[in-house]
Design a protein around this ligand. Sequence first.
Ligand code: FES
Ligand code: FES
Length: 223
Amino acid sequence: MSAGHHASPVPDPPEPVSAPAESAPALRRRTFIAATGVAAGGVVAGPSLLDAEQAAAAAVDSMQPAGGGTSSRVSLTVNGRRVTVTVDNRTSLLDLVREHLALPGTKKGCDAGACGACTVLVDGRRVNGCLTLAVRLDGAEVTTIEGLADGDDLHSLQEAFIEQDAFQCGFCTPGQIMSGVGCIREGHTGSPGEIREWMSGNICRCGCYVKIVRAVQQAAKVR
Ligand code: FES
Ligand code: FES
C-alpha cells in the first residue's frame, strides 16, 4: 500500500521528530528514516519507500565480509606490476587506479556505467571500471591506458588515433582506446557499422565517432 492511499484532503502537519539524545549515537540513518516515517503517519514516507530503504540497506550489508569489516586487502597485477592494497569494500576499480595507484589516465565521466570513459581491461576483457568492485579482483590482471604502450612504442591503436586525429578534447580517448583494443581482440571490426555497434558504450561528447571508427579499422588491419 502506498503513501497515497493515506492521503486526506488537508493532512495535519507531522509532529516534529527528534531522536532521544541518549540513543543518538546508536541511531543509524535508516533507523531514523523509519522512525520519522512512522511518526508522521506515512505522510513523509509510505511503506513502499521504507521497504526500498530497508532493501537498499540490506544490499549494502550483504556486501560486507562475514567478519563484518569494511575494508579488504586485494592483490592484483596492474600494467604488469603486482600491487597489494587495502581498500574500502565499496571502492570501484576506477577509484582504485586513480586514487590508490596514481594512474589518472582512466577517466571518470558519469561514474554510473553510461559513458565508457573508465574502460580498462581485466584479464583481457574490457570492463567499466566504475561498475567493478576492486575487492573482486584478487589475482586479476588489469591494463589501463598507461600500460598499453611498450616503453616509447605506442600501441598501434594509439598511433591510429593520432594519425586519424580521432579526438578533440581527449577526455573520452583513454576509454575509447581501451575499448577499441577489446573490440579488435574480440574480432568485431568487420565493418564500420560493426565497430560502431561494439563501441557504442563509449560516448564522445565532441562527436569524433567517424574518426574513432577509422582509427579502430586502421589498427585492426595491422593487428
Ligand atoms: S565513468 Fe564509468 S561508464 Fe562513465
Ligand atoms: S574527444 Fe572530447 S569527449 Fe571525445
